[in-house]
Design a protein around this ligand. Sequence first.
Ligand code: SAM
Length: 178
Amino acid sequence: MISVVYNINIYRQVLRDIIKQDDLVVELGCHLGNSTKIMSEMAPEGKIIALDKSEEASQSMNKLTSSYSNTEFLKADVRLHETLEKVALMIKDHGGCDVLSIDLGGGHYPDTTFKVFFIWSSTLRPRDTIIRNRGLLDFLHSSSSSEIIKSQEGWLESSGGDGVPPRLKELQLWSTNI
Ligand SMILES: C[S@@+](CC[C@H](N)C(=O)[O-])C[C@H]1O[C@@H](n2cnc3c(N)ncnc32)[C@H](O)[C@@H]1O
């Protein structure tokens, strides 16, 4: 299932609803860890890998990871291929990613958010994805189509890999190696 939300309280409620106790969760844009804490508590037998590129996040997340042994923080830019590759290798032994959570600034960057969603979810193939972004939510409800193309998982599996490598390779954000 793919959920798109904007309101932070709805975002956190969806996290509570979908995360199971042994899930592996990848969180892109954790900031100070206020939602990470919820994830860490919802998946006591699982693992949380939280990422953010800001200095502010590092300080707060280092405190949080010392309280939750199931939670790891990576200071990294999620737009970079090397970041995705690192996380993909980290989760290999855990049987894959269950939940992908993306919040790169709820009111901003729908273009970057969608690209990050598409690349990360196509690679990690999560059961569920939750995206917090106002522009994508607006687009979702403001558009219509007579055609139906629909996926059931947390990634666009009905489209498979169609169109991914040739278009995104030029941005060096996609590799068939992972
Ligand atoms: C709105 S905050 C996230 C709030 C958090 N999800 C919560 O629930 O409290 C957005 C975060 O995304 C991070 N961010 C934005 N672009 C990023 C990128 N390319 N790589 C890593 N982090 C990014 C920012 O540093 C910021 O901390």
